[in-house]
Design a protein around this ligand. Structure first.
Ligand SMILES: Cc1cc2nc3c(=O)[nH]c(=O)nc-3n(C[C@H](O)[C@H](O)[C@H](O)COP(=O)(O)OP(=O)(O)OC[C@H]3O[C@@H](n4cnc5c(N)ncnc54)[C@H](O)[C@@H]3O)c2cc1C
Length: 364
């Protein structure tokens, strides 16, 4: 077990055994200079098979983000010792096991996800062919009521595959205090004021050019294609949000050198596994909380803390107004049929040196 059995660059597929982690496959691809990307969850420490069987998800392009959906072919040992191969793997000598999910008859694969009806001994996955370029950008709107049209416009981008990436929706006006530097004293006083109104916040935001909501956009593709996608998104968003501002972000061309890859902040969006997710609860220049319990046996307490943390709080008002019950920071509008979800989180995370060291030692 724990072997990478095949990585096919031309077909952009792989076949792995249980125990092969996202770090393992990423390092294999880098070492062999293959023009392929993996799609990994926030922490790179899990295995492809364990995560996919648990319906895990990542952060690059749909449909690779839905890890079970992006699998192709399984080998499973049943309780009576019988060996089952799904898809084209059932045909002796088939060369297309990782290319076509469907064999003859019903599709059995779902029986083995979150099901414990067999032990998976091999599993194939579709990988993403390395794009030429990546371009990110941020949309900024200044009124509380802009959230609904912002989401609707995003939904169109998402459902027409004009943007096939995850997004983040943040509220610098209300959330600057959570991960980043604390707001300046005037802003802090306003946020702390009992019963502060939306109008007061909007007025402060306008005076200080602080958006009520931001939406991140990410594009992957040909060099000229990502620029055209950005222009298209700006046109579409402007049509429903004439006052929106747009800021182009990072533009990258691939392949990255090891040094460039190491410097990337949002690694998961580029299929680079890391343990950067554990900045949550980390000590920062502004906050002195500790992370001693995230790399040891008390990992679960981190999850509890994440779920209870205040970074979903600013959306509560909107959820109440709309009468919707969000599922863990995520609105149905942010689901995509071929991928996982996009989260509502704040931006501008920082990581302390001590956390970075801890995380690096885990990654080794
Ligand atoms: C801070 C934090 C952030 C996270 N963010 C994400 C995220 O963004 N996306 C995400 O998807 N996950 C996320 N996770 C969850 C985590 O990454 C997954 O739990 C991990 O990837 C699972 O991999 P594993 O190898 O440990 O699986 P395991 O725990 O070993 O397996 C998962 C389950 O799959 C089944 N299984 C495993 N192997 C086999 C087999 N060979 N045959 C049959 N059944 C099997 C078992 O039922 C097992 O319970 C996060 C976790 C933390 C702590």
């Amino acid at each position: 077990m724990s072997r990478i059995l095949d990585v096919n660059e031309e077909n952009a597929t792989c076949l792995v055994e249980p125990g092969v982690s996202y770090f393992d496959l990423y390092r294999y691809i880098r070492a062999n200079k293959l023009k392929l990307w993996i799609d990994c969850p926030d922490p790179g420490w899990g295995s492809l098979i364990g995560n996919a069987l648990d319906h895990g998800n990542g952060y690059t392009m749909s449909p690779f983000r839905d890890h079970f959906g992006a699998h192709c072919g399984m080998e499973v040992v049943l309780a009576d010792g019988e060996l089952v191969r799904t898809g084209m793997g059932a045909l002796p000598g088939a060369k297309t096991w990782q290319q076509s999910k469907f064999g003859f008859g019903p599709e059995l694969d779902g029986l083995f996800s979150q099901g414990n009806t067999g032990v998976v001994t091999k599993m194939g996955f579709w990988l993403m062919a390395e794009p030429e370029a990546y371009l990110s950008g941020t949309v900024m709107v200044y009124r509380h009521a802009d959230l609904a049209p912002l989401l609707k416009a995003f939904q169109v981008l998402n459902n027409t595959n004009a943007m096939m990436a995850t997004t983040r929706i943040g509220s610098p006006l209300q959330l600057g205090r959570v991960f980043g530097a604390p707001p300046d004293p005037e802003h802090a006083a306003l946020l702390a004021k009992p019963g502060v109104t939306t109008a007061e916040l909007e007025s402060y935001g306008r005076q200080h050019d602080l958006p009520y909501w931001t939406l991140d956009l990410k594009f992957y593709g040909g060099r000229e294609v990502v620029e055209a996608q950005w222009d298209h998104a700006v046109r579409l968003l402007r049509a429903s949000l004439p006052d929106a501002k747009f800021a182009k972000g990072e533009r990258l061309e691939f392949p990255l050198t090891d040094e460039q890859a190491e410097k990337i902040g949002d690694k998961a969006s580029l299929g680079i596994p890391s343990l950067g997710a554990f900045f949550v609860g980390a000590r920062t220049a502004w906050r002195r909380s500790r992370v001693r319990d995230i790399c040891g046996s008390r990992r679960s307490s981190l999850l509890v803390r994440m779920r209870c943390s205040r970074h979903s709080g600013c959306f509560d008002q909107a959820f109440k107004e709309w009468g919707v019950a969000p599922l863990y920071r995520t609105l149905p509008q942010l689901y995509h049929r071929e991928s996982s979800t996009c989260c509502l989180v704040s931006k501008s995370a920082t990581i302390s040196k001590s956390t970075a060291r801890r995380v690096q030692s885990c990654a080794r």
